[in-house]
Ligand binder design. Structure first.
Ligand SMILES: *Cc1c(COP(=O)(O)O)cnc(C)c1O
Length: 393
């Protein structure tokens, strides 16, 4: 197929290739497992967000299959038409309880959850959205769709946040929302949520925390950063994703009953995009049940995290500010490093501009509860070998 009218696409692709920004993903040919088949090769997979190793769990798969048998493959409607199934309501109830909130509202993804909340609540030029500079792209896009002006504070800089809240613009705002990731996805560091909440509330702002990488990972029983900091009942909006530790796809906002009901009448992704397939909702409920009844998965995740971090540090790698299962290895040679490791049987993704700023290139590793010590020892040996070859350590 060829269109003269689309000639610009060739030029754009050529420009991306020249800047090393052209993306060609590797392809997973097996289930998402600690050891996966990727591009035809069996490798230790240190790249997925499958924190609790639930993506191919037999109990979770069974729940999905049973939901298909009972409810079919899809709702074929948006929530407000006839796409609200009993499983969606059950999920909203159980995930609200998981977050110690009064209610929750389900969206198709974490991305759309952020967009929905930012766009719906920051709906006037007289509102103000205040965001950490390292927040996720979906918060940035949500802010772009909001009518409110936005201010960006330096990463975790509470003095800067307070300065913004003290400006005349902030003082006269109708509503003020402070937004932060709970766990930052590129560095694996945690927001100082207790301080964010204290500063925000001092100035009459409310807080939205995006716990995509924290739900099912940190806090008591994996309840997230609010639980981690003992802030139950003190954070207005908690966003969770069902696409990472919960291993399927989806997202939700846990909040008050009134705010939930308001979003259910105005949030555009909720009103204009169809609801999650029942099998997806059922598998998320199954993961939640496992998480709440069997502490071994979370323990394995954190044991593996401690082991990998310690060994990487001992080997001399710079693992940045991480305190979570996301462990970056800071190196300008990230792309070559990732390529060498893959040849050796380990997959860890290289991240470069524009995902991270220039000069902050890194390899990012994420361990899961399913990796064995043998998988990790094998990986560390390969990290050392490739790291020495490339002069990283
Ligand atoms: C992954 C991620 C999202 C998007 O979640 P999806 O469910 O994959 O759409 C949102 N926020 C943060 C911080 C993330 O890391």
């Amino acid at each position: 197929m060829h269109f003269d009218t689309l000639k610009f696409a060739e030029e754009e692709v050529a420009a991306l290739k020249k800047e090393n920004r052209f993306l060609k993903p590797r392809v997973l040919e097996s289930a998402q497992e600690p050891v996966s088949v990727i591009d035809g090769k069996k490798v230790v997979n240190l790249t997925s967000n499958n924190y609790l190793a639930m993506a191919n769990n037999p109990k979770v798969k069974k729940a999905a299959i049973e939901a298909i048998e009972k409810y079919g493959v899809g709702s074929a409607a948006v929530r407000t038409i006839i796409g609200t199934m009993s499983l969606h309501e059950e999920l909203e109830k159980k995930f609200a309880a998981f977050k110690h909130a009064d209610a929750s509202i389900l969206f198709q993804s974490g991305f759309t959850s952020n967009v929905a909340v930012c766009q719906s609540l920051m709906s006037s030029e007289n509102d103000l959205l205040i965001s950490d500079e390292l927040n996720h792209a979906s918060i940035i896009d949500g802010a772009r769709l909001a009518k409110a002006p936005r201010k960006i504070y330096r990463h975790k800089d509470m003095k800067h946040l307070a300065e913004i809240l003290e400006t005349p613009e902030a003082k006269k705002a109708r509503r003020k929302m402070v937004v932060t990731d709970g766990v930052f996805s590129m560095d694996g560091d945690i927001a100082q949520l207790d301080e964010v909440v204290a500063v925000a509330h001092k100035y009459g702002a409310f807080v939205m925390v995006d716990d995509a990488h924290a739900s099912g990972v940190i806090g008591k029983e994996g309840r997230g950063t609010v639980s981690h900091f003992g802030l139950d009942g003190k954070v207005e909006i908690q966003i969770g994703t069902l696409s990472k530790a919960f291993a399927a796809v989806g997202g939700y906002a846990a909040t008050t009953r009134e705010l939930r009901d308001y979003l259910g009448s105005v949030a555009r992704p909720y009103l204009f995009s169809s609801s999650q397939p029942p099998s997806v909702a059922a598998s998320c409920l199954a993961v939640l049940d496992i998480l709440l009844t069997d502490p071994r998965h979370l323990k394995n995740l954190w044991d593996n995290t401690a082991f990998l971090k310690e060994e990487l540090r001992k080997a001399g790698f710079d693992t940045g500010a991480s305190v979570t299962p996301i462990t970056p290895i800071m190196t300008p040679k990230a792309a070559e490093f990732s390529g060498r490791l893959f040849e050796e049987g380990v997959f860890a993704l290289a991240l470069g501009f524009p995902t991270v700023p220039r000069g902050k290139e890194r390899l990012r590793t994420i361990v899961t509860a399913g990796h064995t010590i043998k998988d990790l020892e094998f990986s560390i040996e390969k990290f050392k070998k490739a790291g020495k070859e490339l002069g990283i350590i």
